[in-house]
Design a protein around this ligand. Sequence first.
Ligand code: NAD
Ligand code: WQD
Length: 340
Amino acid sequence: MSGKTVLVSGGAGYIGSHTCVELLNAGYEVICVDDLRNSKEQVMERIERITGKQPIFFRIDLCNYDALDRVFHSYKIDAVIHFAGLKAVGESVEKPLEYYSNNLNATINLLRCMELYGVNKIVFSSSATVYGNPKTVPITEDADRWCTNPYGWTKYMSEQIISDWCVANKDASAMLLRYFNPIGAHKSGLIGEDPNGIPNNLLPYICQVSAGKLEYLRVYGDDYDTPDGTGVRDYIHVVDLARGHINALKYLDGASGCECVNLGTGVGYSVLEVVKAYSEACGKEIPYKIVGRRAGDIATCYAATDKARELLNWQAELNLHDMCASAYNWQCKNPNGYEQ
Ligand code: NAD
Ligand code: WQD
């Protein structure tokens, strides 16, 4: 597929920007569509500094069908990678209508344009959140799905919408990628995760503790049924994750129908193991206090990785040290994120 044109929705965001880099390096033309509600336009220039090429960028809300239609009308697009969406679990509980409206309308508008302009291939950012509280680990793709918050349901419903669209369009092919816990940053330190306000997720929070912006980490519970009592997750380097999208595009080239694949390492680490790995990577202690459990958290979650290996010929290559060291490098070089 290289040499072809990929429309990347949400391409200015954390995972989208890393994927734009991998796409450009692999020889794809990239059209990025993002309304910058959770990202900065400076990302485009950073991508150019890494790859020597800039994506074509449109600041467009995907819920604005006419604006999106104009992009499809103007370019010959070969495939879509759909990252755009709201992603904060807690916020989705407070603002369910905003989450359903944005995440589902964005997906539907993209598919409507794809159908109208004969674009048949889509890679979708789904999430391990669709497995809810898994009965067993490692989690295989055929495990039961059940969500515990509106964000998760938007992923569940988008998966269903895309799958139904593939049934109705015989030439269509879709890859639903269920990400586990993406962390880390590009080794250049030019792009990385830049959350607004106080971070909810573990790694961005630890990064801000290491920078002295937050005093200490609150570890949410040490009484889970895990080796050290703290929650266990499958952390995956964002660059490995981005590479997985290139493999997914290659897979779709010769495929029809809809498939789902986990993108994780298959290894679970506890909160305290992550704290230790990050301390080693940055050469500083990360102060923490054990506090009560966070509502909605589960004990353990990690991926079965066989399907990704077999179908996509993909597996994670970078380890927890690489993830922590690259996150620290990004934090040091960009203490205020993309704001100088
Ligand atoms: P992000 O917020 O950094 O990127 C999402 C991008 O989409 C942002 O740049 C935002 O401005 C844009 N966007 C949102 N709604 C839009 C709209 N209506 N029109 C145009 N642009 C819009 O998030 P991320 O971490 O890069 O996540 C990318 C995707 O992966 C999301 O769909 C997310 O749900 C999914 N995902 C993320 C994680 C994670 O832990 N980061 C895990 C699993 C799945
Ligand atoms: C990881 C571990 C916490 C913060 C979320 C979404 C999921 C997916 C990825 C999008 C847990 C503990 C955290 C802190 C802590 N996103 N923790 N102190 O909850 O596994 O997954 O992001 O699809 O849907 O739910 O990630 O990074 O928030 O937490 O102790 O300040 O770190 O309890 O065990 P989570 P996380």
